[in-house]
Design a protein around this ligand. Structure first.
Ligand code: PLP
Length: 405
């Protein structure tokens, strides 16, 4: 399997190269040249780590041996504190909640970052190299990344977070770590300001030529691929015979929901991906009418979704443009320079074939938390609640709906 950049189809790379680089020099994002197919019927009865192997191996077989990948995955998921790793909760009427909070920091990001930490260490040992990992966070990524990379020799980790805009629990998860390879930095500004600093570093070729630096933001392909696993997993947990499934995905940087798209391309029978934003609704406006317009960032009850520039959306646009990297570069440059771009109708229609989109206010979040607590005795956090508000709308559908928690 070779990888290309969304902005340059010619420069082909291996899995090892793209994981270590994080992002290509041309400003695009790495994507696999083709989508490997993995058929669900062959996967029943597997443990989570074994399923992860079947999904991930086709993407990295040129860089990691069969045995080494199995070892990494066994070690990754044995740390999770639920026997099912990611349990699927049946609340009746074809509605399910996929619980993704059994990793060490309770963020769903542990499912990918605990893998990435071990993968990095493995690849660095193989090359005898050292690396500095940099990343921006609105809370969850930083805590999860720090836990995944602390104690890893050959790695220094630098995490930028917006000062006074993360929860107190997460501030402590990030700033009370004693390991000397962990460096947490508070930035006056919001998440996008942190992200801009990271992006600037990756545009500075002279600086990059002197240092060995990589990123853990969800632009790193290895994270996306690890997230594909639980889409397959939840399909396999549904006890009845089903031939289609829907997913509801609370969305910020478009990483998690894009992993759903990858699952669909690999052969998982997904009917629709329902992406949900909070009041920072640029993705909802983009999918519903093509309006990619950056507005001021709102601080909401779901801070991990307080994002205006969703990095991974570039990967989806690339796909919906039939991999036309020139057209994609034009759109992205215009969007970044002017803060807006109106997508053509044919592109919007293509996006709508795959995605439905929604935006949920803070007031609705509170209502839905109360409703689930009263009606199902289910206590949801505000990010989960954005998805549950869409789940609640879908009574007695023909196909199951799974909302990611
Ligand atoms: C990161 C995060 C999101 C957003 O996920 P993306 O992959 O950035 O779209 C949503 N909810 C929670 C709890 C998160 O930590």
């Amino acid at each position: 399997m070779k990888y290309i950049s969304t902005r340059n189809l010619r420069n082909k790379k291996t899995f090892q190269e793209i994981v270590m680089e994080g992002m290509p020099f041309d400003g695009g994002l790495y994507v696999p040249e083709v989508w490997p197919k993995v058929d669900v019927v062959d996967l029943r009865e597997l443990k989570y780590a074994d399923l992860a192997f079947e999904i991930i191996y086709p993407y990295c077989s040129d860089s990691i041996s069969h045995e080494d990948l199995r070892n990494i995955l066994d070690n990754t998921y044995k740390e999770f504190h639920h026997p099912k790793t990611a349990p699927l909760i049946d609340i009746g009427q074809n509605k399910y909640i996929l619980e993704l909070f059994y990793g060490p920091t309770f963020a769903f990001k542990d499912y990918a970052l605990q893998f990435l930490g071990r993968l990095f260490q493995f690849l660095l040992n193989k090359e005898g190299k050292k690396v500095a990992i940099i990343g921006a966070t609105s809370g969850d990524t930083g805590s999860a990344a720090i836990d995944a990379f602390k104690l890893k020799s050959n790695i220094d980790i630098f995490i930028l977070y917006p000062h006074e805009k993360v929860s107190e629990v997460q501030r402590r998860q990030m700033t009370t770590v004693v390991e000397s390879n962990v460096h947490t930095i508070a930035v006056r500004g919001d998440f996008d300001d942190c992200q801009k600093i990271i992006k600037k570093i990756f545009f500075d070729k002279e600086f990059l030529s002197k240092v060995n630096i990589s990123t853990v933001n969800s632009i790193n392909w290895a994270r996306i691929v690890a997230q594909v696993v639980y889409y397959y997993w939840s399909f396999l947990q549904i006890p009845k015979n089903i031939n289609k499934v829907n997913f509801i995905v609370p969305t910020g940087n478009f990483g998690n929901v894009f992993a759903g798209y990858v699952a669909k391309k690999m052969g998982l029978p997904i009917e629709k991906l329902h992406l949900v934003t909070n009041e920072n609704d640029i993705l909802h406006r983009t999918i519903s009418n093509g309006e990619m317009i950056i507005k001021d960032l709102q601080k909401t009850y779901s801070p991990s979704m307080d994002i205006q520039i969703s990095s991974n959306f570039e990967r989806q646009l690339f796909e919906s443009l039939d991999r036309d990297s020139e057209k994609l570069s034009l759109i992205m440059n215009s969007f970044i320079e002017q803060g807006s771009y109106k997508l053509e109708t044919n592109i919007v229609n293509k996006l709508k074939e795959i995605y439905d989109s929604y935006s949920v206010t803070d007031a609705e979040i509170l209502k839905i938390i109360k409703l689930y607590n009263d009606k199902y005795k289910y206590l949801a956090d505000p990010h989960t609640a954005t998805g549950l508000s869409v789940l609640e709308k879908n009574d007695n559908r023909d196909h199951p709906f799974v909302s990611l928690a």
